[in-house]
Every structure is written in C-alpha cells, then in structure tokens.
Ligand binder design. Structure first.
Ligand SMILES: CC(C)(COP(=O)(O)OP(=O)(O)OC[C@H]1O[C@@H](n2cnc3c(N)ncnc32)[C@H](O)[C@@H]1OP(=O)(O)O)[C@@H](O)C(=O)NCCC(=O)NCCS
Length: 207
C-alpha cells in the first residue's frame, strides 16, 4: 500500500514505540516483556542502523528492533535471554554474522497493508549491505492454544510444521513465512509466553 514510510528510529520516536508495544501485545502476553524506553535508547546507542519505525500518514504504524549476534549464539538455539543477552542486548557483537530480529510490531489498526513486509525489506537490505551470513529470528506461535484445543496431543513442533506446510494458519508465523523465511525448527523454553507454550519457531533467511 502506498502511504507507508519506514525510516530509522530516532530518540524522539521512543515514547511512541513504547506505546505501540502496549497496543500490539495485549494480555496474556506478559507486560514485563514489553520494551521500556531505556531498552530502546540502548538499542539506538548500540546499533542505530538496525532500529526502524513506520508511519502511515502522521501516525506511527509499527516498529522493528534488531541486533547482531555471533555464529555461536545463533547455532546454540537457546532462549531469548541467552541468545541476545536480555533487553539491553548484552550479547550484541559488532562483528556478528547474524542480523537477529528482536521484535516486529505493527499497530492493530495498520495490519495487513504491508507494514511488516516493508520492515522485512529493510532487514534483508541491511543483511546484504553488511555482508552478513543471515537474517534470523524466533517467532511466537500465538494461535497454538486454539490449534491444540482442536487437535488434542498437538505440540508446538507439530503445529509449526502444520503452519509451515500451509495446513494451519498462525497470525504471526504465517505472515513471517510469507516474507521468505525458512522454518528451522522449534526452540523450547524460548521465553515466558502462554499462548506459544513458551516455544518459538526458529526462522532464517540467507541472501
Ligand atoms: C505479524 C505482523 C508483524 C504482520 O505484519 P502486517 O504488516 O500485518 O503483515 P503484512 O501486511 O506485511 O502481510 C504479509 C503477508 O502476510 C499475510 N498475513 C498478515 N496477517 C495475517 C494473518 N493474521 N493470517 C494470515 N495471513 C496474514 C498478508 O495477507 C500478507 O500476505 P501476502 O504476502 O500474500 O500479501 C503483525 O500482525 C503484528 O504486529 N503482530 C503482533 C506482534 C507480533 O506478534 N510480532 C511478531 C513477534 S514474533
């Protein structure tokens, strides 16, 4: 859709990005896991070229946070905290080989018009400009519980495989797969996330 603009985040955008988190991640997602202003300011200090904000007209429509991590951290398939070093990104590695997606948030009023796709264009472009090995992330599975209720015995793994093959739809994993990411398996105990049974789908894109 025309009218979407994406640019690098600036310190003066942080308050709007924090408000956006609350609108986009309602309970049962834990409020403790939402970005606070001090987290986003730290991301801007460490890796300003990996933080973006999207606008539609004069309204903030989305935000997107990223870090750089080493090959070892990517290959460990560990929890969110171990992978990135917590919300202040203590695992940031300026020589890292993976652009790691920390967050993509689109305001509910601006979903399904291409804001997420616009952020992914920026992510893939940055991987190419920096000569990195990959873009990687781990994706929530917010519709797992509904699938489990309809398919007793389902696991995050069987669910993510069903979404990856197109047999099931997930409001988060399905769009991310449409951006060309490859599904690489489930990470258990990734973060506290009731809807996703604390699991996440590991996703990778290589240039
Ligand atoms: C996931 C999210 C970022 C997608 O952003 P978006 O801007 O709404 O998605 P887009 O408009 O770029 O859509 C991309 C594609 O996914 C499809 N899609 C989007 N939402 C979908 C849904 N709920 N179910 C199925 N397909 C969907 C679109 O139709 C589009 O398909 P196309 O490529 O065939 O045209 C957004 O829904 C969001 O912010 N969710 C809440 C926060 C979140 O969960 N973030 C990710 C944490 S891991």
């Amino acid at each position: 859709m025309s009218g979407i603009s994406v640019r690098l985040m600036r310190p003066e955008d942080v308050a709007a990005a924090v408000a956006l988190q609350r609108a986009a991640f309602p309970p049962p997602f834990s409020e403790d896991l939402l970005w606070q202003a001090s987290h986003l300011h730290r991301h801007l200090e460490l890796f300003p070229e990996g933080q973006w904000i999207a606008w539609v007209g004069d309204q903030v429509a989305g935000s997107c946070s990223n870090t750089l991590i080493s090959e070892e951290r990517w290959n460990a398939h560990a929890s969110w905290v171990e992978t990135v070093g917590g919300p202040y990104l203590e695992g940031f590695d300026p020589d890292g080989t993976t652009l790691y997606g920390l967050d993509i948030t689109v305001h509910p009023d601006f979903r399904r018009i291409g804001v997420g796709r616009a952020f992914y264009r920026e992510r893939y472009g940055l991987v190419q400009r920096l000569g990195l090995t990959r873009y990687g992330t781990a994706c929530r599975l917010p519709d797992f519980r509904a699938y489990e209720a309809a398919n007793p015995g389902a696991t995050p793994e069987s669910y993510a495989s069903a979404v990856a093959s197109g047999e099931a739809n997930d409001r988060t994993l399905t769009p991310l797969l449409r951006y060309g990411l490859a599904y690489r398996g489930i990470i258990e105990d990734y973060m506290e996330d009731y809807e996703s049974a604390d699991s996440a789908a590991m996703l990778e894109w290589r240039p």
